[in-house]
Write a protein that binds this ligand. Sequence first.
Ligand code: HEC
Ligand code: HEC
Length: 300
Amino acid sequence: MIRFFIFMSISIGIVCAQNLITPIPKEIKYNKQKAKIGKMLFFDTRLSKDKKVSCASCHKPSNGWSDNKKVSIGVFGQKDTIQTPTVLNAIFNFREFWNGRAKDLKEQVDTTLHNNIEMDMDKNSIEKNVNSIKLYKDMFKKDYVSYKMVVDAIAEFQKTLITPGAKFDRYIEGKVKLSKDELNGYKTFKRLGCITCHNGKNVGGNSFQKIGIIFKYDNCPNDRHSITKISIDKCVYKVPTLRNIALTPPYFHDGSAKTLKSAIEKMAYYNLGYIINEKEIKNIEKFLKTLTGNSPKLSE
Ligand code: HEC
Ligand code: HEC
């Protein structure tokens, strides 16, 4: 019976969700001066307790602005507890973090700076460190830089980290064709029901869903349940974006899928109850690769 309901809701979802992947906007409004300072702060290790960790230590531009490890290393060599997601297009997520506990990028930055594994700072130590650097005061054009200004600037910089121009976006705009395999992959993605959860601008990032709907997933730390304490929220996470997904292995909150193919295979199994064949996996992978967009221009 339960399976029937899941099947029905996914089927209805498929019908409603046709073509519900929308392009990443080519531009976004942001304050240039703030973002410029935010960029420096993003790469500045003086924002962490041991002065060795910056945002970019874990969100590496060369790894799709995430980390190729199962978990990243924070201050004093401590291991983080969950896989590092990308910050690319994070502005388009309806909430931030795997369990969505931050409502926007400002809340995310504030939480991250305080996190005792990641940066382990507080308002006073951030203000002390930043105000000891003349360049920041000059750039902010202030005698004293407040914690809030720092948080605002980093959040503003993150707005610039968007990736328009992906092949798939140009396809939906009617500018290019997908190859036969890519198109088959996209059709399979829709037919199986992947698109019921992975849709919108970010091909995800707009709802909370469970991992292990059909077959139970065993390892669910820091899930939505850890926030809401409601039992149906066990193993529920924010659906991650599939934008630039080819650049950010390993996959899942626990980093348990080493390759994109393995993530595709496991998703089909755990969330849709399908054992899909090699050809289907390959084609979906080819389709997902068309979601890689242009890297953000960092020069501005
Ligand atoms: C030690 C590694 C580490 C450092 C340093 C770090 N992050 Fe993260 N970041 C993570 C991890 C791990 C998560 C996921 C945490 C969670 O969901 O509970 C994350 C989540 C995020 C997210 C949410 C993305 C999403 O899809 O929900 C954003 C945005 C982000 N970080 C930006 C930053 C910024 C800005 C800084 C610097 C102020 C920073 N991070 C520093 C590891 C790190
Ligand atoms: C019922 C909703 C749902 C469906 C259907 C679904 N997914 Fe997911 N997907 C999720 C959630 C939730 C996660 C995060 C899982 C985790 O790490 O705990 C996820 C994670 C992923 C990831 C890894 C992302 C990352 O950054 O680690 C990939 C790749 C993926 N899904 C692809 C697919 C494909 C391909 C299909 C269809 C075969 C599919 N998904 C079907 C909800 C769904």
